[in-house]
Design a protein around this ligand. Structure first.
Ligand code: KPL
Length: 303
């Protein structure tokens, strides 16, 4: 399968490398020249639990040199999805599926504005990865990947993608109703990302103090009220799940924490900011998410 990964940060590079290692014809498309040059020169270095693999994979900054592809996987930051959608429209085969596994909400919608919506597959992944520098990532932990069609009734396109992922060691489940899975992941990001980004702590440290536990719980409960008002099915106890993920990824900095540390724009608008906008639509109060959003926006405005 000819695959393009749009956005080769930690997660895009990881998925691309695992698929390339399994024999797929993968190209990483990224704007960072130093990363592209390093990957082309030496392969992508993947560190995992003290081991180090060097995986041969093609990388480029030039979308015109890539297509037509059988599958595009979008991994850019949510702030860049609209632009990525235009790139995908140029390089993907006319009916090729387009998969988003990005954090936050609004990405599938942005892709669906530029591309035939029935091609779009959305999902979540709980693999952990950190960008170490040009040409190198750390695979911090394996997790589940869940995907499903964004609009279409059938799951045929998603099944083919899941098969390729499974062969690459990326355990993947296909569901018919992907929106509630994406909300479940959103609750996790709502409860962890902004708080860790603002305070400089690691995910696990969120559990150490009653103050951060309460903030996290309040933010997630507001998000749950919004989800309920939108008719989204909520499974299990999302607050408990947030605490479990914080524990399981305890030594990691969240992706938003890493963004703030490196003075990059964050995905706040697709996470707590998304909750604030949805809350306004359904007239549910969301003061904690509003405050977290305002603080992260202020922080990044003053880099
Ligand atoms: O998805 C994540 C992120 O950092 O964006 C979590 C699950 C919080 C892991 O760090």
């Amino acid at each position: 399968m000819k695959i393009a990964v749009i956005g080769a940060g930690a997660m895009g590079s990881l998925f691309g490398a695992l698929l390339a290692e399994a024999g797929q014809e993968v190209t990483l498309l990224d704007i960072r020249q130093d990363h592209v040059d390093a990957v082309n020169a030496e392969g992508l270095v993947v560190e995992k639990e003290g081991t180090r693999r060097q995986i041969r994979i093609r990388a480029t900054q030039d979308a015109n040199s890539v297509g037509p592809t059988d599958l595009c996987i979008v991994f850019v930051k949510s702030t860049q999805t609209a632009e990525a959608a235009r790139t995908v429209a140029r390089l993907a085969g006319p009916s090729a599926p387009v998969l988003t596994l990005q954090n936050g909400m609004g990405n599938a919608e942005a892709l669906a504005e530029a591309l035939d919506p029935i091609r779009i597959i959305a999902g979540t992944t709980s693999h952990g990865a950190t960008f170490l520098g040009p040409g190198a990532i750390r695979h911090a932990g394996s997790g589940d990947t869940v995907i499903g069609p964004w609009y279409e009734e059938g799951t045929a396109g998603a099944e083919a993608v899941a098969e390729a992922f499974d062969k690459a060691g990326i355990a993947t489940r296909v569901v018919a109703e992907v929106r509630s899975v994406m909300w479940a992941k959103l609750f996790i990001n709502v409860g962890i990302n902004a708080i860790t980004a603002l305070t400089g702590i690691k995910n696990g440290q969120l559990l150490d103090l009653e103050q951060t536990r309460r903030l996290s719980r309040d933010a997630v409960e507001e998000a749950m009220a919004v989800a309920e008002a939108r008719g989204i099915a909520i499974e299990g106890d999302p607050v408990e799940k947030v605490f479990q993920v914080a524990q399981a990824t305890g030594t990691n900095r969240s992706s938003m924490g890493q963004d703030v540390d490196s003075r990059r724009m964050t995905e706040i608008g697709a996470i707590n900011g998304f909750i604030v906008r949805e809350a306004q639509k359904v007239r549910v109060p969301a003061p904690v998410n509003q405050t977290l959003s305002a603080l992260v926006e202020t922080l990044q405005a003053h880099y």
